[in-house]
Design a protein around this ligand. Structure first.
Ligand code: FAD
Ligand code: N01
Length: 555
């Protein structure tokens, strides 16, 4: 005779509006969560604002959108059947293929039946008496859940600057992060692109091939490395698939969740010629591997200067007009401290006759007019304007929801001076609410597929632990959280990252507290910390015994 606790947390099992877990978001995080929670027997309901799965890859349909972590690595590892059967057609796959992959995962694991699409979660309040989250949506749903998991994405809340006169423009406007589903044809058009971040750098070369005239408005130049994207070769695919388990395990232990063949040597420890040779070799391979050329590019200004100078020289060698080349060459922040970009023919595009670069650093865009925009006293006329102006990253989607924890404390209020979390997974005062790849975790500094799966596994294992121990509440201790926030900050300040006005620092959103949000201690180290904490009975968390939860006896 053995005894086991009921598989369910929520005591109100008869009501369809009472579930064990509500998951918000059906991107790669939400999909994997649902799969795992089901396997644990949790009654789970997923809400998603979009009309289908895919998250980032549902929304970012702009021309040229693709991943910059190789597809053999930017994919789920939780199912060997899945990773063996799926075939990527390119080294860095394009958005339509990544979206098809997300759809395939939803079909293969029969996930859609528990996802309610076209529905935004607007409110989530913790009820201390029932120890449940009361959740409301913009479609009038009211659900009570024992656990709330925010899988809302770090780059899902688009940012459109508050340009004067925006509503006056009579042409078409687009945001890269909320691109239409129907094909956009720029043929014969005069197009303006505002922004030169990763999205713009991918979109500009493709738009330039279509448009009659393309004008790019640049406030801050970006460092970009050629992707050298190519068709997937059977050999390369086999190399990965024949050793997937070991390679994925290595990625999990690595610094960024990607196998980049890191060179464990300082850039200053080698002669100039050797350093140049290493950079050339990485430039030829392409992609973010470049940033692993030496072990101190993120921490030593002098080392970083050598990499930055190399990329600037490359830009000068590609772009024929020396003035344009100088404008495109980033000079006032260390390379990599704004998210490094990866491109296909970005700098080359400025050699085209139909492409013009306009520097708006000293002469900001004054206003959008009926026919175009005005900057530095000059007017530009357009048929279409593309805003490649980014996201309210890491905290934007979380704080759009009216989240209230113990005592009615609003998350926005608690985080008014910046996000405070324990491990980037939970925040004190908000029991039973988890964040996937939240601020304070490696998240956006990593191969997100690795970080997403690590978080989902940790959270779902945690729920299994609670259930096995007849516990129903988990919440970080204030001291553990304070120590973690301090640690995240300390580690960030051992690097050059805080120097840049990046979205990592919240610097792209007026009024947003300026602090480095992700955890830069490394994916492998972070995983060890999380695992140790779990192995030590969830050290730093309060765990509370279940209230009157039914215990069923079973043979
Ligand atoms: P998302 O994919 O952002 O999904 C979150 C979902 O939550 C969205 O669908 C959103 O609609 C939904 N949602 C949010 N709020 C609510 C609400 N209140 N109610 C209901 N639904 C809500 N990462 C990499 O590691 N490698 C890459 O190469 C890479 N390329 C990228 C390219 C682009 C263009 C962008 C924008 C990001 C890229 N990223 C990349 C980061 C990418 O966001 C992650 O890799 C990953 O897709 C995130 O998955 P997610 O499920 O956590 O979040
Ligand atoms: O956004 P961004 P993004 N006037 O914030 C400019 C991931 N991603 O969508 O730098 C003029 O980087 C702004 O200028 P400045 C990746 O993590 C990955 O491009 O603030 N310009 C900047 O140039 C990435 O980092 C891929 O001075 C204005 C641009 O808009 C993240 O998503 C592809 C302005 C915004 O750049 C976000 O990238 C795409 C104004 N008022 C995205 N306001 C891959 O390849 C803003 N800008 C994997």
């Amino acid at each position: 005779m053995s005894s086991q606790v009921s598989s369910s947390f929520n005591r109100d099992q008869s009501s369809p509006s009472a579930v064990d877990v509500v998951v918000v978001g059906a991107g790669f995080s939400g999909l994997y969560l649902l799969h795992k929670l089901r396997a644990l027997g949790m009654r789970t309901r997923v809400f998603e604002g979009a009309s289908d799965v895919g998250g980032t890859w549902y929304w970012n349909r702009y021309p040229g959108a693709r991943c910059d972590v190789e597809s053999m690595q930017y994919s789920y590892s939780f199912s060997d059947d899945l990773q063996q059967e799926w075939r990527w057609s390119e080294r860095f796959s394009a958005q339509p293929e990544i979206l098809r992959y997300a759809e395939h995962v939803a079909d293969r694991f029969d996930l859609r039946r528990d996802i309610q699409f076209d529905t935004l979660v607007t409110t989530a309040h913790f009820d201390e008496e029932s120890r449940c989250w009361n959740i409301e949506t913009n479609r009038g749903d009211r659900v009570s859940a024992s656990f709330l998991i925010m899988a809302t994405g770090c780059l899902s809340s688009t940012r459109l600057p508050d340009f004067k006169g925006l509503e006056k423009f009579s042409g078409k406007t687009y945001h890269t992060g909320n691109w239409p589903h129907e094909e956009v044809d720029f043929s014969g058009q005069r197009v303006g692109v505002i922004g030169t971040g990763s999205s713009a750098i991918q979109a500009i070369p493709v738009i330039a091939e279509q448009a009659a005239q393309l004008t790019v408005f640049q406030r801050t130049p970006n460092y970009s490395i050629p992707s050298r994207n190519d068709a997937m070769t059977p050999d390369y695919e086999l190399q990965w698939k024949s050793d997937y388990a070991a390679l994925r395990a290595e990625a999990r232990k690595s610094r960024n969740g990607v196998l980049t063949n890191p060179n464990d040597v300082s850039a200053l420890a080698v002669p100039d010629a050797e350093r140049q040779r290493v950079y050339e070799a990485r430039w030829e391979v392409g992609g973010t591997y470049f940033m692993s050329a030496f072990n101190d590019l993120a921490t030593n200004q002098q080392s970083n200067d050598t990499a930055a100078a190399f990329v600037r020289d490359k830009i000068r060698s590609i772009v024929r007009d020396p003035e344009v080349a100088e404008l495109l060459a980033a000079k006032d922040y260390p390379i990599g401290t704004k998210r490094i970009c990866v491109d296909t023919n970005y700098f080359e595009t400025f050699n085209r006759d139909n492409v013009t670069l306009v520097d708006v650093r000293d002469a900001p865009i004054e206003e959008i007019t009926e026919t175009g925009l005005v900057t530095g006293g000059r007017s530009f006329a357009f048929d279409a304007i593309v805003f490649a102006t980014g996201f309210d990253a890491m905290t934007g989607a979380l704080l759009k929801v009216d989240i209230q924890g113990r005592g009615g404390l609003a998350l926005a209020e608690k985080w008014h001076a910046g996000p405070r979390t324990y491990l980037g997974l939970m925040s004190e005062g908000f029991p039973n609410m988890f964040m996937i790849t939240g601020p304070g975790s490696p998240s956006v500094l990593s191969n997100m597929m690795v970080s997403i799966q690590q978080h989902v596994d940790w959270v779902v294992d945690g729920l299994a632990y609670l259930r096995a121990g007849n516990l129903d509440t988990i919440e970080p201790m204030r001291e553990a959280e304070d120590n973690w926030v301090e640690h995240v900050n300390d580690v960030a300040h051992q690097t050059l990252f805080p120097q840049a006005n990046s979205w990592y620092m919240g610097a792209n959103i007026p009024g947003k507290p300026r602090l480095f949000m992700p955890y830069i201690g490394g994916v492998g180290t972070y995983r060890e910390t999380c695992d140790e904490i779990a192995a030590n009975g969830y050290k730093g968390f309060y765990l509370e015994a279940a209230k009157q939860r039914e215990v069923t006896a079973a043979e």
